[in-house]
Structures are given as C-alpha cells and as structure tokens.
Design a protein around this ligand. Structure first.
Ligand code: PSV
Ligand code: MN
Length: 388
C-alpha cells in the first residue's frame, strides 16, 4: 500500500486543465444567466484560470475554444498566460455554431462547407503551434436527425478525409484528441457517437491521435471505467473532459452527481500509472456554470478530481490483487470501497500547506478580493462565449 508521503508525492504532480469557457457566460440552450464579473475575453479567462491554479496548485493550464477565444496575437496571449504562471492547453475548434453547419461540418454533404470546416480546424492547428499547446481537441456536432437524411458510410468517409488532413498538418509536439458523444445535436445518428468510432479513426491516423472521453457523453449506466481501461490497454486514451451528468450532457461539476464513478475512473487510471503528467493523459474539465459562481465552481471541481485521485492512490493494490487472484469477491470489493470511503481532506490540506498554499482553497478565494475586483472592473462589453 502506498505510504502517505508517496500519495502526496503523486498528488503534487497532478495536472488538471480548466476550460476557458467555464469562466465566461455559458449555459443551456434555454437561458444563459449573465454573471457579474464573468470573464469576457481570452485574457480575462486566462486570469481566472491562473487564480484557480494559484489557489489549488494543480491546475497549471487552460484550454481554449476558438473562435470564442480568438485574439489578434496568440504569442501575446501565451505570454500573458506564462506571466500569470499558466500554460495554454488544448485548442478546441468550434465547427458547430454557424448557419453553414446545419447539415454538419466535415461530414456535411456540401464540399464548400466541408472545406470551410477543415480550414477552421487547420487554423486551430496553427494556433496550437503559436501558443505552445500540446493538442487540438476535436468534437463534431455532425450527425443526422432522420433515417435516410444522409448516407452514413459516406459521412464516415468525409470525416476520415478531414481528420487525415488535420493529422498531416500537426506540427511536432502537437497531438490530436477525438471526442465522441452519443447524441445531440444529432438525434438519429452522430458521426462520432462512441469510443469505438473514435478509436477506429485514431487507429487509421497514427499514434498521435487519441480518444477523448467526456464523462457526460454516454448513455445512462455506461461503465466508463471499462472504456478507460480498454483505451489505456491500447495506449489510446488521450484524456478526459470531466463533468457530471444526471440525464445527458448536463456539464455540471465533476464529482457532483456520482463521486463513486469518478473514483472508479481514477482507480483505473492509477492502476495503470496514468495519473502522472508523463503518461500523456490530459485531465481536462468541460463544464458550464450557468447558475453557480464560476471561479469557485472551478476550484470545487479541481478539488473533486484531486480527492478522487487521492482515494484511488490509497487503494491497497496488493490486497486487491490477492483478493482477486484468490477469488475473494467480497474482499476485493471491500478494498476498493474502503479507499473510496476514506476522508482524504486532511491529507490534502496537509499537502497544500507543504506546497505553500492555503489548506482551504475555497476559503482563500473568499478572502482574495477577486469577486469584488472583477465585478468592479469587468463592466460592459460582451462575453465571447456560448451565450454571447
Ligand atoms: C460538446 O458537448 C462538448 O463536450 C465539446 O467538448 C465542446 O467543445 C464543448 O462541449 C462545448 O461546451
Ligand atoms: Mn466535451
């Protein structure tokens, strides 16, 4: 069993990436509630992400979404981030919010729209190179609503062609993540509905293409840790978009709906040694805070992932292996449940103090004056996110 100091040593190296869009005004398609002081552009989003990192110590990068985070000078944005102690993480293209994409983007039946979408993906590859990002993270809203609407196989061929073009354009050091989603906005077919489809495309492309698991993109009851274990076996788990769901793609705080599921996922990760940055798995959040305050919500989410990881590190792997090999079903299950039931908060508070941080990042946020400062400063303008 890992010692307390081994657990803390592993947690010290943890890397959780927050999404720029969590800091702006985003929400459901029914209503985006505008929050006073919400970040309005990429610079302000980077500032908020940097604060989350300063308070938690384990969120050193921020993902961008283009065009929501488009700026004139990406070198300047990267410098702004590094001056604030942050790195730019995954670059997420947006090929789902323009009228042209009514019938899809890279799978669209029309070559003009396909080219427009591909050009945007290639622009994002260039941005990734300019900001020193490790990956372009692709999600396609492509799909169909009615049987017969379009040819399923032709759409796969169009997808493969676009992915190939993007893959060939990747500069050294930039990888490709391909995210899947069961349904929405396509309700009859999605062109990348599941991990199998994503994996098939990644395998055809090459080693730098990997599957991205968004925890909110599965049917109810799906065993996500099984998917994680399988992708780890194949060396094709590129990373996560963590969030919580009750019904569909709810984008709620990770660990809020089902902390036991998050623990089970992290347990598979830890068992494979994939929790450390060198393993190349990206632990990203993909959340939208519509009714809750954004910066504390991101802090809480980072802490939830950290707690699940700490519990996963506490699993007595030797005892588990022994129980498994001797067929002791109840004991094997108990070993996991014991670790899940542990209260790791004192250990994490101790770790933060050792890292020179406040043991309670949410309390530190309350004292930081950030809320009052941004409410006074960020007045006027419009948010460059989902809600406009
Ligand atoms: C789609 O639902 C998704 O999960 C993709 O990752 C998008 O980039 C993101 O949400 C937009 O909020
Ligand atoms: Mn996602």
């Amino acid at each position: 069993m890992a010692t307390r100091s081994e657990v803390k040593q592993a947690l010290r190296q943890q890397w959780i990436e927050t999404p720029s869009w969590a800091y702006g005004n985003v929400g459901t398609r029914f209503k985006v509630f505008k929050a006073p002081g919400a970040a309005r552009d990429a610079y302000e989003k980077v500032d908020d992400a940097a604060l989350v990192h300063r308070l938690t110590g384990v969120a050193p990068s921020v993902a961008l979404h283009i065009p929501w985070d488009r700026v004139d000078d990406y070198g300047r944005l990267a410098k702004h981030a590094s001056d604030a102690g942050l790195r730019i993480g995954a670059i997420n293209p947006n090929v789902f919010q323009e009228d042209d994409y009514r019938l899809g983007s890279v799978c669209n039946p029309g070559p003009r729209v396909r080219k427009k979408a591909l050009d945007h993906l290639l622009e994002c590859v260039d941005i990734a190179a300019a900001v020193g990002s490790p990956a372009v993270s692709l999600w396609f809203a492509d799909g169909t609503n009615y049987p017969g609407q379009d040819d399923i196989r032709s759409r796969q061929d169009r997808l493969a062609e676009a992915l190939q073009a993007v893959y060939e354009a990747l500069p050294a050091g930039v990888g490709m993540l391909l995210e899947y989603k069961l349904f929405e906005p396509g309700f009859y077919t999605m062109d990348v509905p599941d991990w199998g489809t994503s994996l098939v495309h990644c395998l055809a492309l090459g080693e730098r293409a990997k599957v991205l698991v968004d925890t909110g993109h599965h049917a109810p009851g799906t065993n996500i840790e099984f998917i994680v274990a399988q992708l780890l076996r194949l060396g094709r788990l590129g990373g996560f978009h963590f969030n919580s769901r009750f019904y569909a793609d709810d984008d709620l705080l990770v660990g809020a709906a089902d902390p036991y599921q998050l623990f089970r996922i992290m347990s598979e990760i830890v068992a494979a040694g994939a929790h450390l940055p060198g393993a190349g798995v990206a632990f990203m959040l993909d959340q939208c805070h519509n009714i809750e305050e954004k910066v504390p919500a991101e802090i809480r989410s980072v802490l939830n992932v950290q707690e699940a990881t700490a519990k996963a590190l506490l699993v007595d792997r030797e005892a588990l292996a022994k129980a498994q090999s001797s067929g002791d079903v109840l004991e094997a299950n108990s070993v996991l449940v014991d670790a899940f039931s542990a209260d790791v908060r004192p250990l994490l508070a101790e770790l933060r103090e050792e890292m020179g941080l406040d043991p309670d990042p949410l309390a530190a946020y309350e004292r930081s004056g950030h809320r009052e400062q941004v409410r006074a400063q960020r007045v006027g303008g419009s948010s460059t996110s989902w809600g406009g």
